[in-house]
Write a new protein. Structure first.
Length: 236
């Protein structure tokens, strides 16, 4: 495979998924420059993640459980969460629950896209191999991002339960990311039969979270009130 087709095939899944979740915002899409910035931060996380993972391997080794839940799920999801919490959580553009999903997905897919490019150059020998990557690890990163962003949104807009939801926003993606990698490492053969139910469950929950986050948007309530006022004024 030539370099340009490899790069395009590696980038396309991440950008497509980002566009999908970006356009799922029903009431007020986020500033595109800010979404791109978070995507770039996700890209920039790859190298420090690799350095930290190498240090932890030297300290703890790389057994199946440690590789899945600490080196991969733990380190990657914590760094994404750290960026989101410190750069986005209190940002004025984060003004409805669904925004957490958009920004978390942007960071996650930035990370997954560079990871996919690296994999493509080092391991992929065919277009079908890249498609498997698109359907599994890249989309999985997006689903973990939705999970993280959903609970960050709840933490911001349900302040009396903020601490609880902040923990959910970190620990749930770590668990599911770790489980995803654990299945792939444990089932060297016929792994697809173990991973498909997990992915199906995550997609179902993701669609539910997307709908729930939009349904609790304060902009939705404002829009409904405006329509009621217009209707009462006789303009409808």
């Amino acid at each position: 495979m030539q370099a340009l087709p490899i790069i395009l095939a590696a980038i396309a899944p991440g950008l497509s998924l980002l566009a999908y979740f970006y356009l799922k915002d029903r009431y007020e899409t986020e500033p595109i420059h800010l979404v791109i910035r978070m995507f770039v931060f996700g890209v920039l996380l790859v190298y420090p993640t690799m350095v930290l993972q190498r240090a932890l391997i030297e300290e703890f080794g790389e057994g199946t459980f440690i590789s899945s839940f600490l080196l991969s799920g733990g380190v990657e999801e914590f760094l994404k969460w750290f960026v989101l919490y410190h750069l986005i959580f209190r940002h004025e553009a984060f003004d409805e629950p669904y925004d957490g999903i958009v920004y978390a997905v942007a960071v996650s897919l930035g990370y997954a896209t560079l990871e996919n490019i690296i994999y493509a150059f080092l391991h992929a020998t065919s277009f079908s191999a890249l498609m498997i990557r698109a359907l599994l690890p890249v989309s999985a990163h997006a689903l973990f991002g939705v999970m993280m962003g959903y609970y960050l949104g709840k933490a911001k807009f349900v302040p009396h339960k903020a601490r609880r939801y902040l923990w959910f926003s970190l620990l749930l993606p770590i668990f599911w990311h770790g489980l995803f990698d654990y299945i792939l490492l444990l089932f060297t053969q016929n792994w697809v039969w173990a991973i498909i139910p997990v992915m199906a469950f995550l997609w179902i929950r993701t669609i539910w979270r997307v709908d729930r986050a939009n349904a609790h948007s304060p902009l939705r309530i404002a829009s409904r009130d405006d329509k009621i006022k217009v209707s009462k004024s006789g303009q409808y």
